[in-house]
Design a protein around this ligand. Structure first.
Ligand SMILES: *Cc1c(COP(=O)(O)O)cnc(C)c1O
Length: 383
């Protein structure tokens, strides 16, 4: 079966729920055991306590497993919590963590502000390091964390080469795959140990719930489940329902996001004041070759570097957009625009231009282009 079909059929069985197409929202903390043998654990029952899962959470887990090619998926209250879970599964006190320099900003904060307190040392590496990652692996390196393409600057990492170096040294790998989703890049097929999604973005897809997933196989899954239970993560059934609802249309939305983003990225590239477009799906853009080799599609999020402008000019543009909202998160049906704030420590990212990040939603591209065009004019660019 193709992914579009799998997404429609996975994680639901109307026969189990009075014929209802969708798995209902199970609200449960207490689960009543059917027998003493069940409470002793000698008789196996599927659910034991609300925090550990219900048919609602199983439905989402089953569907994500199919998409990821995973043995199991743990659900977390946010994408940030999914990142924490994967890292805490991979490291312990005294460990060295190799973190990509282009990681999502809160991931950097987790490393710099919390993991440091637990005696985990983070070293940031150039996202384009490729096979030279082997030179950074130490005796106590426990995990290599990737995010590809990188946040805000969209560097595409050479995942197979990094995974090969990690496996040779017995080091675990994790990847934040939120931009591609397993529809467009399947980390576990590339040998990555932990595949992370901020489901908040394309899975939920409607800017109305926060959720994260971490998928794994075999022994990795056993450890992942244990750490998940130890931390006490639990997700609300309504949010899981929204994620399941979003998931069913994800392939259709993703195709439209990609098509519209490519159209707008190519249009922007032709403008005299646009210095660079950071969208790996765009032919000739940075990372395009690796993207073409490893990915089967793209998200609709990218950045552009414009000629410099003053804060007043930028405000004239951004404060008066009709369609593009100024806000974080992304992956919903609505278009967004934010100025980039790029923090790098391994390799400086130098620009005196104005970097903007665009989330291309499901509006018509002609309307989006008109909104951008008017915004550029307000900022004083020659459109
Ligand atoms: C948004 C995002 C996250 C965090 O997801 P939340 O649900 O907002 O916590 C993690 N990684 C990436 C790449 C993201 O864009």
């Amino acid at each position: 079966m193709k992914d579009e079909t799998k997404i429609v059929v996975s994680g639901r069985d109307p026969k189990d729920h009075a014929g209802a197409v969708n798995t209902p929202v199970y609200r449960a903390s207490t689960i009543i055991y059917p027998s003493l043998a069940a409470i002793r654990g000698t008789e196996k029952i599927p659910y034991t306590y609300g925090r550990r899962g219900t048919p609602t959470t199983s439905a989402l887990q089953d569907a994500i497993n199919v998409l990821e090619g995973a043995d199991g998926t743990m659900l977390t209250p946010s994408g940030a919590a999914a990142v924490s879970l994967a890292i805490m599964t991979g490291v312990s006190a005294g460990a060295h963590l190799l973190m990509v320099d282009s990681a999502y900003q809160p991931t950097r904060k987790l490393c710099d502000q919390l993991l440091s307190d637990y005696s985990v040392e983070t070293e940031y590496y150039d996202p384009l390091i490729g096979g030279d990652i082997a030179n950074l692996i130490r005796d106590n390196t426990a995990m290599i964390f990737m995010e590809s393409p990188g946040s805000q600057t969209f560097e595409v990492q050479d995942v197979p080469t990094i995974v090969a170096a990690a496996q040779k040294a017995g080091v675990k790998t994790a990847i934040d795959n939120t931009w591609a989703t397993p529809l467009n890049f399947r980390p576990l097929d590339f040998g990555v140990d932990f595949s992370i999604l901020a489901a908040t973005k394309y899975v939920v897809g409607h800017a109305d719930a926060l959720l994260g997933t971490v998928a794994a196989k075999g022994e990795n899954l056993i450890k992942l489940e244990r750490v998940h239970g130890n931390i006490g993560f639990s997700v609300g059934p309504d949010d899981v329902f929204l994620a399941l609802r979003g998931l069913r249309t994800m392939p259709t939305r993703m195709k439209q996001h990609q098509q519209a983003a490519l159209n707008i990225a190519a249009w922007l590239e032709g403008m005299s004041f646009v210095r660079k477009v950071f969208y790996p799906a765009l032919p000739g853009a940075p990372g395009h070759d690796l993207w073409q080799r490893d990915f089967s599609g793209a998200g609709g999020l990218f950045s552009v570097e414009l000629d410099p402008c003053s804060e007043e000019q930028l405000a004239a543009m951004l404060d008066n957009m009709r369609l593009f909202g100024m806000g974080y998160s992304w992956g919903g049906f609505e278009s967004l625009i934010v100025p980039c704030k790029i923090v790098r420590t391994a390799k400086p990212f130098k620009t005196d231009g104005q970097m903007l990040r665009l989330n291309i939603g499901l509006e018509h591209v002609d309307d989006l282009k008109a909104d951008l065009n008017d915004g550029f004019a307000r900022a004083g660019y020659e459109v």
